[in-house]
Design a binder for this molecule. Structure first.
Ligand SMILES: NC(=O)c1ccc[n+]([C@@H]2O[C@H](COP(=O)([O-])OP(=O)(O)OC[C@H]3O[C@@H](n4cnc5c(N)ncnc54)[C@H](O)[C@@H]3O)[C@@H](O)[C@H]2O)c1
Length: 257
């Protein structure tokens, strides 16, 4: 029997990048996966015999519908991966209140709504599994250490880090584990878009940007989506049965310095 057979997972922002990789990793371990996104993720879902639901994480109604989709299609919910998120860089004087709030709405309120509407459903079945139910929140190294020009992102990922611990303590008694993952710079469409902005503003070439990204990590390369997907799948599994409220840093040593 596969490690996660019988479990049902919901992965937000699952149409591409780390969400798509996490959905595949969970499915490979035997979970049934609901892929949710504002972008079309039907192809990803079909490839892993899962389901796709259109879902904006800032909408409370759509969260309720996404959890209901997991119940209707696969009978319940055991794992939530709060992955959907956005990133942009702006120097502090250029960051408007509106733009700052927009990032908090997606990266913070989206995770809050996910915790609020998914954990009760996860708790209903958590006693069935040795490791209980599991929530994995995508924070970032930017949830632990600061960096210039990302004030809104730093704020949002710091909030995800501590919301994780709050929910973990509130639901430990219900056997629902809640942990955060903190990636370094990972080669996804999000970082490809960020690289283009850096190149447009500095005039540097794409190879220089990639080299700069790589050398930020003592292990000498950018992260790959599978590096993060493996961490997510581990935290979701019974192998992590005694891990809750923790932060798993997957950054090639970046924050060890
Ligand atoms: N790539 C990195 O280097 C990196 C590093 C640290 C943390 N992270 C975090 O990991 C997560 C995934 O990042 P990624 O690199 O795969 O990004 P990505 O942009 O490649 O993919 C993000 C997905 O989230 C979806 N999304 C955006 N807003 C949404 C909304 N309101 N509702 C539902 N879905 C929405 C997008 O459509 C997209 O499919 C994010 O939370 C990001 O902050 C990424």
């Amino acid at each position: 029997m596969s490690e996660l057979s019988g479990r049902v997972a919901l992965v937000t922002g699952g149409a591409r990048g780390l969400g798509a990789a996490a959905a595949k990793a969970l499915a490979a371990k035997g979970a049934k996966v609901v892929v949710s996104d504002i972008r079309d993720g039907a192809e990803i879902a079909a490839a892993i015999d899962g389901a796709f639901v259109k879902h904006d994480v800032t909408s409370e109604d759509e969260w309720i519908a996404a959890v209901q989709c997991a119940k209707d299609k696969f009978g319940g919910l055991d794992i939530l991966v709060n992955n959907a998120g956005v990133f942009w860089m702006k120097p502090l004087p250029m960051e408007s209140l509106e733009s700052f709030r927009k990032m908090q709405q997606i990266n913070v309120e989206g995770v809050f709504l996910g915790l609020k509407h998914s954990i009760p459903a996860i708790a209903e079945r958590a006693h069935q599994w040795d490791g209980g139910g599991a929530v994995v929140n995508l924070s970032s190294v930017a949830g632990i250490v600061g960096a210039p020009n990302i004030i809104a992102y730093n704020a949002s990922k710091g909030a995800v880090r501590l919301m994780t611990k709050s929910a973990a303590l509130e639901y430990a008694g219900a056997k629902v584990r809640v942990n955060s993952v903190h990636p370094g710079i990972i080669d996804t469409p999000m970082m490809a878009e960020a690289a283009k902005v850096i190149e447009a503003t500095t005039g540097q070439g794409a190879n220089t940007t990639r080299d700069n990204f790589a050398t930020r990590h003592p292990l000498g390369r950018m992260g790959r989506d599978i590096d993060i997907a493996n961490a997510v799948a581990f935290l979701a599994s019974d192998a992590a049965a005694f891990i809750t409220g923790s932060e798993l840093v997957v950054d090639g040593g970046m924050t060890a310095i």
